[in-house]
Design a protein around this ligand. Structure first.
Ligand code: XMP
Length: 500
C-alpha cells in the first residue's frame, strides 16, 4: 500500500502553498489558546523549540533585537552574515547582546576591583548598559556591589569604587549553587534585587537578579539554553573567514551555526562541512539551502543537525527568474522529507511564506520549523533606518509621507556591495556579479511581538480546524492520510480562497 508520503509526493508535483486548501475536520479542542496548545517542534537534532518560528538570517531582518523577541516568544533568530569579510566582531556583538539578555545565574557579571576609579566604573556601566557591577579582588573574592544608584549625584572624577560600593558585610549573599526558587525566597525575605553567590572561600560564583527571575516566570515559552540564557543562531559563509568567524561566535556561546549558501548541494559545501566538522565536531550545525531529496541526503551524510529547504521561493529572491532552477516549495518540502526520512534530520522550511496559513502547510508537508523573512520585514526590530516617502493617495489628489524600511535579498546587488565594501565607481562591475535577489521598500510598522503572537493564534486555529490537539498530532494525522485533508484548487477556487 502506498504510504502517506507517496500519496503526497504525487499530489504536490509542481505545487506550492496556494494550490491547496485543507478540508476542515471535527474539532476536539475547546480553546484556540497558544498557552494551552502544544506547538513544540524540533529545530535541530539537539534543539527543541516551543514555537516553530525562525527569523531569517538576512541583514534587513535579524540582528539582536529581532533574535531576542523570537527567542522570548519560543522561536529562534539567526543573525545574518551580512558583515564584511574579516569583520567578525560586529556579528559577535549581536550574539552577545542576545546571550546577555537573561540568565538564571549570570556566571560572568561585569566586574571591577575596589581600586577601580569611579570614572572607569561609570564608563563600563554606560558602555555595557549594566546597572550593577560586582566588585572583586585579584583572587575574584567578592568585595561588594556597585549600582547606578551608588553613583547618582556623585562626582565621578574623584575616588575609587571602594568609596561608593556597598561592602561585603552589608550585602545579602547566597552561599553555593542555589536553585532559582531558593534564591527567590532569600531575595523576597531580605528585600533585595541582586543576590551574588559565593563559594566556600568567598570567590564569586555568579549573580542572580530579580529581573532575571521575573523573566524566567513571565516568558514560559522562551527558547533558553541550560544556563537560562536566550538561544540564538548565527550564519557564516562556506569560504573565506568562515572558520575563524565560527570560532569567535562559538566563544560568544552561539547556540547554532548556519552555513548558508545559495546552492547547498555542492562541492563548495562539501569542503566547508568537512572543514567545519574537523574544527567543531560538537557544535550544532545547520546547512542549506537545498530543495531535493539528494541534496538532503548529501548534507545529512555530512553530519549536519538540520537542513534549510528552499531554492528560490523567498520574497527577495530572483534565483528562479535568473537561472530557471528551483523546486516549488511544497514539492521541495515533501521530497526533502522523503530524503531525510520521517523522524530523520529536522528540516527548516525556508522562504515563500506570505500568509499565516501557509506556515501550517509548510509544517505539515515536511518542515519541522519555518523560516520567515519578508513576513517580519518593516517591523521595529528589523535593522535599518525608517525613511519617509511620499505616497499618492489614489482617491484624493494629494500625497502623504509614509514611513518605509528596506527589505533586500542577501544576494541582491545592494547586500553584496555592503558585504564587499566597494566604492561607488565599482558598481558597474557589481552589476555583472550575477545577483540573485532584489531590494524593496516595505511599510514600517510596530513591534514584531504582536505579529508573532497573531501567527501563533492562527496556528492554533489551524490545529483546531484540523481535528488535532497539538501541532505534532495534526502532522501525524495529515501524513497518515493526506487525501483526507487535501483539496487541490482550480484557478477559480484559488481566486476565491487567496485573492482579497
Ligand atoms: P521570505 O519569503 O520569508 O524568504 O522572505 C526568506 C528566505 O529567502 C532566501 N533569500 C534569498 N534567496 N536570493 C535568493 O535566491 C536572495 O538574495 C535571498 N535573500 C534571502 C533566504 O533563504 C531567506 O531565509
Amino acid at each position: 500500500m502506498a504510504s502517506g508520503f507517496d500519496v503526497l509526493a504525487d499530489l504536490v508535483r509542481g505545487a506550492t502553498f496556494d494550490d491547496f486548501l485543507l478540508r476542515p475536520q471535527f474539532s476536539v479542542i475547546e480553546r484556540r489558546d497558544p498557552a494551552a496548545i502544544d506547538l513544540s517542534c524540533r529545530f535541530s537534532t539537539h534543539i527543541t523549540l516551543k514555537r516553530p518560528l525562525v527569523s531569517a538570517n538576512m541583514d534587513t531582518v535579524t540582528r539582536a533585537p529581532m533574535a531576542i523577541v523570537q527567542a522570548e516568544e519560543g522561536g529562534l533568530g539567526i543573525i545574518d552574515r551580512g558583515f564584511r569579510s574579516g569583520d567578525i566582531e560586529p556579528q559577535v556583538r549581536e550574539v552577545q547582546k542576545v546571550k546577555r539578555m537573561q540568565h538564571i545565574i549570570i556566571r560572568d557579571p561585569y566586574a571591577v576591583t575596589p581600586e577601580t576609579p569611579l570614572s572607569a566604573a561609570a564608563a563600563l556601566m554606560k558602555q555595557r548598559r549594566a546597572g550593577t557591577l560586582v566588585v572583586v579582588d585579584a583572587q575574584r573574592r567578592l568585595q561588594g556591589l556597585l549600582t547606578e544608584r551608588d553613583l547618582r549625584f556623585v562626582d565621578r572624577t574623584q575616588g575609587t569604587v571602594a568609596s561608593r560600593m556597598t561592602p561585603l558585610p552589608a550585602l545579602v549573599v547566597g552561599h553555593g549553587e542555589l536553585t532559582l526558587a531558593a534564591a527567590e525566597t532569600i531575595m523576597v525575605e531580605r528585600k533585595v534585587k541582586k543576590l551574588p553567590l559565593v563559594g566556600g572561600d568567598g570567590t564569586l560564583l555568579g549573580l542572580i537578579t530579580a529581573r532575571d527571575i521575573d523573566r524566567q516566570v513571565r516568558l514560559p515559552f522562551a527558547t533558553r539554553d541550560d544556563h537560562g540564557r536566550l538561544r540564538v543562531g548565527a550564519a557564516i559563509g562556506a569560504t573565506g573567514d568562515y572558520l575563524e568567524r565560527a570560532a569567535e561566535l562559538v566563544k560568544a556561546h552561539v547556540d547554532v551555526i548556519v552555513i548558508d549558501i545559495a546552492h547547498g548541494h555542492s562541492t563548495v559545501m562539501a569542503r566547508a562541512l568537512d572543514g567545519f566538522r574537523k574544527a567543531f565536531p560538537a557544535v550544532e550545525l545547520v546547512a542549506g539551502n537545498v530543495a531535493t531529496a539528494d541534496g538532503v541526503r548529501f548534507l545529512a551524510e555530512r553530519g549536519v543537525n538540520a537542513i534549510k529547504v528552499g531554492i528560490g521561493p523567498g520574497g527577495g529572491c530572483t534565483t528562479r527568474l535568473t537561472t530557471s532552477f528551483g523546486v516549488p516549495q511544497l514539492q521541495a518540502l515533501v521530497e526533502c522529507r522523503q530524503g531525510a526520512g520521517e523522524g530523520g534530520v529536522p528540516l527548516i522550511a525556508d522562504g515563500g511564506i506570505k500568509r499565516h496559513g501557509a506556515i501550517l502547510e509548510a509544517l505539515l508537508f515536511g518542515g519541522d520549523t519555518v523560516m520567515l523573512g519578508s513576513m517580519f520585514a518593516g517591523t521595529e526590530e528589523t535593522p535599518g533606518d525608517v525613511v519617509q516617502k511620499s505616497v499618492v493617495l489614489p482617491d484624493q489628489q494629494r500625497s502623504v509621507k509614509v514611513p518605509f524600511k528596506v527589505l533586500r535579498g542577501m544576494a541582491s546587488i545592494q547586500a553584496i556591495r555592503d558585504r564587499l565594501d566597494v566604492e561607488d565607481d565599482e558598481v558597474v562591475d557589481l552589476e555583472a556579479l550575477g545577483a540573485e535577489g532584489t531590494e524593496v521598500s516595505v511599510p514600517a510598522r510596530g513591534s514584531v511581538r504582536p505579529l508573532v503572537q497573531d501567527i501563533l493564534k492562527h496556528l492554533c486555529s489551524s490545529i483546531s480546524y484540523g481535528g488535532a490537539r497539538s501541532l505534532d498530532e495534526l502532522r501525524q494525522l495529515f501524513r497518515a492520510d493526506p487525501a483526507r485533508y487535501l483539496v487541490k484548487l482550480s484557478a477559480s477556487a484559488k481566486r476565491e480562497s487567496y485573492e482579497r
